[in-house]
Design a protein around this ligand. Sequence first.
Ligand code: HQG
Length: 179
Amino acid sequence: MQHTITQISKTISHALRHAPAEYGLTLDPQGWVRIADLLAALKERGMPADEQMLHAILAQSEKKRFEMVGGKIRAYYGHSTEEKIVKQVVEPPEILYHGTVAGNLESILEKGLLPMGRQYVHLSADEKTARMVGSRHAGKVVILQVQARAAYNAGIAFYQENNGVWLSDVVPGGYLVGG
Ligand code: HQG
């Protein structure tokens, strides 16, 4: 059976974000694996693909989920693996956004934005993207404004990959506005 690009992309996300060991892969500290190793793992799963197809997946996706450089590939964000992916701290803009749903609000304001199942909190550079992120969850979408620069100045780390998604450590409720 031929797998669709979406199916292959989801499998790659699973391998590079969540369960590399299941695919016989080991992420390096920045999350990279050799493209050849990933392709071999996909083939073993009955998903034959080549590097050309990976480039097509990257080009066709609205979201930049993966980066390929020098024979290696990694997921930009979303990781839940035990070993924390090393990211570089970057000074954020004054405001970032987080899209969530109303049912989470009380807990978020009380405990702060937590990474939950992932290694880092995920933030968006603009409201439109935050709305898309929030609408993946069931319920009424709520957009929080994150006073990112103030949080950063208070010692909370922010990280940015070159794809518009921002990551951070826990953001206390005092830096969140809206809802
Ligand atoms: C919520 C997708 C209760 C948080 C997206 C969110 C993104 C709390 C949920 C990326 C909480 C976690 C990540 C607290 C946070 N109490 N709920 N204290 N703190 N939450 O999916 O940010 O399509 O792990 O608001 O587009 O929704 O996969 O994170 O609702 O970029 O490439 O806990 O994943 O990208 O949900 O999404 P998630 P997220 P892809």
